[in-house]
Ligand binder design. Structure first.
Ligand code: ADP
Length: 565
């Protein structure tokens, strides 16, 4: 079963579907918005070069910083950006003339030093005696070996169509330190630096926006891909906008290259095309169940409509959920109800028949021996009914998640095996039932009735599924903290493809005529496993070979585990 949806629970599936619908709608909206932003980011007038990756940004900044150093004749250049989460300005690499470790130490809040001042006011500052200047942070000046410097703001300017500046935002500052040849910085240097800083600000902000948007877009696309339901988004023009890998897999399509291609060209499956066409042309949400040819899988397909800002239909989203397991369990449940009814009716009919015969026998036509035989049959049929009803009650407890009611006592396994085999032997003379659990085999602390029920089911199956008779044995192994019981028969065996599944509820070998001839409900082994697990043990198929027979094993702890207490 695929994770996420329990196939037994259609309400949960409906909820999942609703969740997917919301995710897809949100993704679609956000991807569209991102595409718009990306467009703007790449075409912004100030951007001297389209920078689309971190290394490209570093390279461009490095060139710019060298240009700055050359033009204003400075020894050191560094840029600090305001990081909103940290509430601090920190260095954006690359730098010139400043070591990486020193740069990493520069974390400056907006109320500190020249950096903070320029960031807050947006006004450039020049200082020709760094050590004496009251505005400078002395520790940083000492750290970087600064004699003099200029600090200018990094401003992002938004202009309208007439190139008029409509908005300004400061994202950080640029410093140059130590004018070469023992000279001092002047106002011309400030103006030059302001011009270069404007370029740097544009590069940084556009690149950051671009990188952030691309990363977000990639993340959204990954989320879209990871949805395990198939999703197809078709535009109102009938072209594919998105198709995730689950949908490609479902339709048997290669993974890529559908963007912008027409629906009819890509999707050949008539049922899927007509579903999408219905929503596209009639503007209605549609839903249906689809059998995908060649896969034996059933999908629930649902479409939803997505309108643009103008209220017109823009995209149709189709979501495909694999409901094969749900349908299978539904079919099994229906079959189960009919077999259980049959299983209940058969012993009842028999009991009723014999009781009626005895009641009618007012003339004493049947002798005492005959009557005794009738009573025995009635007794056995009552046992059969009791067993079935007790199985059903236990199943309903397990299904509703309630703990099984455990009555712990010391259980002698040789004695229990004897009891089970004696009862079962009453129903057959074609089988030889052998108790190979030695007398004196270690006792265990367990619920005796449940151990009986486990063995009763296993021996019952061994007899049922050995229509030609044979030996059925209960053996036991002492495994230290656990004991193991093995029930072996020489019957039909279980085809390999069913071996993993026989412990599932309602599972019956249904493609084999010999198995089909035997009446069953498909709950016996499911119950055996749960009863063993309730003790802190387990049950499994140890060996099985068609027409040779099977061995089922059960492990049980010698001392009852906490779970069983
Ligand atoms: P059922 O009531 O159908 O016997 P179980 O859960 O006990 O239900 O068993 C599940 C299926 O496993 C059976 O329908 C049968 O096909 C197969 N099976 C169980 N025990 C044996 C066995 N000893 N030999 C062969 N097949 C078996």
């Amino acid at each position: 079963m695929r994770d996420g949806v329990s196939p037994e629970d259609p309400t949960q599936l409906r909820k999942e579907l609703e969740r997917y619908r919301l995710v897809v709608t949100e993704l679609q909206g956000r991807i569209q918005a991102l595409e718009g932003d990306l467009q703007t980011a790449t075409t912004m007038a100030e951007m001297p070069q389209v920078v689309v990756t971190q290394p490209e940004l570093r390279q461009t900044l490095s060139r710019l910083i060298n240009k700055v150093a050359m033009i204003v004749q400075s020894e050191k250049v560094l840029t600090l950006l305001y990081q909103a989460e940290a509430g601090k300005l920190s260095v954006l690499p690359p730098t010139l003339g400043v070591g990486e470790e020193q740069a990493a130490e520069l974390q400056i809040t907006p109320d500190q030093g020249v950096t903070g001042l320029v960031y807050r006011t947006g006004e450039s500052a020049i200082f020709n005696n760094a050590v004496e200047d009251p505005r400078t942070l002395k520790t940083k000046i000492a750290l970087l070996g600064v004699r003099n410097g200029i600090c200018v703001p990094l401003k992002i300017k938004q202009r309208d169509e007439t190139e008029r500046i409509v908005q300004e935002r400061i994202i950080g500052v640029m410093h140059v330190f130590n004018k070469r040849y023992e000279q001092e910085f002047n106002d011309d240097d400030v103006r030059l630096l302001e011009m270069l800083a404007e370029q740097a600000a544009a590069v940084v902000s556009n690149a950051q926006l671009y990188i952030q948007l691309t990363e977000e877009k990639e993340r959204l696309e990954e989320t879209f891909e990871s949805i395990h339901a198939g999703v197809i988004v078709v535009s109102n023009q009938g072209t594919i906008r998105l198709i995730n890998s689950a949908a490609c897999q479902m339709l048997g399509l290669p993974a890529d290259g559908y963007d912008g291609r027409s629906l009819d060209e890509v999707i050949h499956l008539e049922s899927v095309r007509s579903l999408l066409d219905e929503s596209l042309h009639e503007g209605v949400e549609a839903s249906r169940e689809l059998d995908i040819p060649g896969t034996e899988r059933i999908y629930k397909a649902e479409t939803s409509l997505m309108a643009g800002d103008n209220g017109q239909l823009q995209n149709v989203v189709a979501i495909f959920n694999d409901i094969t397991e749900i349908r299978q369990v539904e079919r099994m449940k229906t079959a189960f109800v009919s077999t259980v009814s049959h299983e209940l009716r058969t012993p009842l009919t028999s009991i009723k028949g014999f009781v009626a015969t005895l009641l009618d026998d007012t003339e004493d036509a049947y002798d005492a021996e005959m009557r005794h035989e009738f009573y025995e049959i009635i007794n056995q049929e009552c046992d059969r009914l009791t067993r079935l009803i007790s199985d059903l009650l236990n199943i309903s407890r397990i299904e509703s998640g309630r703990a099984l009611d455990m009555q712990l006592s010391t259980v002698d396994l040789h004695g229990v095996a004897n009891r089970v085999l004696t009862t079962q032997q009453q129903y057959t003379d074609r089988h030889q039932l052998v108790n190979a659990v030695p007398e004196g085999f270690p006792s265990i602390i367990a619920d005796a009735d449940k151990v009986v029920q486990i063995l009763d089911n296993l021996v019952g199956n061994a007899v049922k599924y050995s229509p030609n008779g044979g030996v059925v044995t209960i053996a036991a192994e002492d495994d230290g903290e656990m004991v193991r019981l093995d029930v072996t028969d020489e019957g039909l065996g279980i085809p390999e493809r069913h071996q993993d599944q026989v412990f599932q509820r309602f599972h019956m070998v249904d493609d084999d005529v010999n198995h089909k001839a035997v009446k069953g409900t498909g709950i016996g082994l499911y119950l055996v496993k749960h009863l063993a697990q309730a003790h802190g043990g387990d049950a499994w198929l140890a060996r099985s070979e068609v027409d040779k027979g099977s061995t089922f094993s059960v492990s049980l702890p010698k001392e009852a585990t906490e779970a069983a207490r």
